[in-house]
Design a protein. Structure first.
Lengths: 113, 115
């Protein structure tokens, strides 16, 4: 699976959009981009994933560049409850095999008043 | 309400004792996983199981053992051979679909402290 690079920390004012970048320059054509977040002392929570098209759900939007070498997770109106560590992971989508995920150290997002 | 449960939330043990962490899921997922997390670090894979009665070592399996006798249960035993067992342990499961192969559902975790 491709390796990802994320900034170690970011700040965002409450109510503003939080844009979290991820670099995955070695991504292969069949690898999906997944985003998880982990609030302190809890299990990670799935946020969103995509292959090549931009995706949006009730939690966030995922923008993947045309060459797929980087992506951005967007939290449109960050709240204090969004303070967490955000992990970007790339994973081959292949059912029938163990979906081993490699969690790096992620980006620590601090939302402030 | 479907999900993954882990018990207990906090666990204290004396050095040299084996301890078993519970993980149960009612999501009907085939695959289950155990991760370990140390302070300020990412998650590291201990063991995983794709089907009942089958499991494979992850990246840091030494000092741990697992069993998978039922689809919904995947207990982890931390043995006395694990040199530094104090950590946050997370269990997860996943559905078998190509487009969801990376969407793991995590339990709330068990924080183990060895005194």
């Amino acid at each position: 699976d491709a390796k990802t690079t994320q900034p170690p920390s970011m700040d965002c004012a409450e109510g503003r959009a939080a844009n979290l970048p991820c670099n995955h320059s070695t991504i292969s054509g069949n690898e999906y981009v997944y985003w998880y977040r982990q609030i302190h002392s809890q299990g990670p929570q799935y946020i969103i994933h995509g292959l090549k098209n931009n995706e949006t759900n009730e939690m966030a939007s995922l923008i993947i560049t045309e060459d797929r070498k980087s992506s951005t997770l967007i939290l449109p109106h960050a709240t204090l409850r969004d303070t967490a560590v955000y992990y970007c992971i790339v994973r081959v989508g292949r059912a029938g095999t163990a979906s081993k995920l490699t969690f790096g150290t992620g980006t620590r997002l601090q939302v402030t008043l | 309400d479907g999900g993954i449960t882990q018990s207990p939330k906090y666990l204290f043990r004396k050095e040299g004792q084996n301890v078993t962490l519970s993980c149960e899921q009612n999501l009907n997922h085939d695959a289950m996983y155990w991760y370990r997390q140390d302070p300020g670090q990412g998650l590291r894979l201990i063991y995983y199981s794709q089907i009942v009665n089958d499991f494979q070592k992850g990246d840091i399996a030494e000092g741990y053992s697992v069993s998978r006798e039922k689809k919904e249960s995947f207990p982890l035993t931390v043995t006395s051979a694990q040199k530094n067992p104090t950590a946050f342990y997370l269990c997860a499961s996943v559905e078998y679909r190509d487009d969801l192969a990376g969407r793991q559902f995590f339990g709330p975790g068990t924080r183990l402290t060895v005194l």
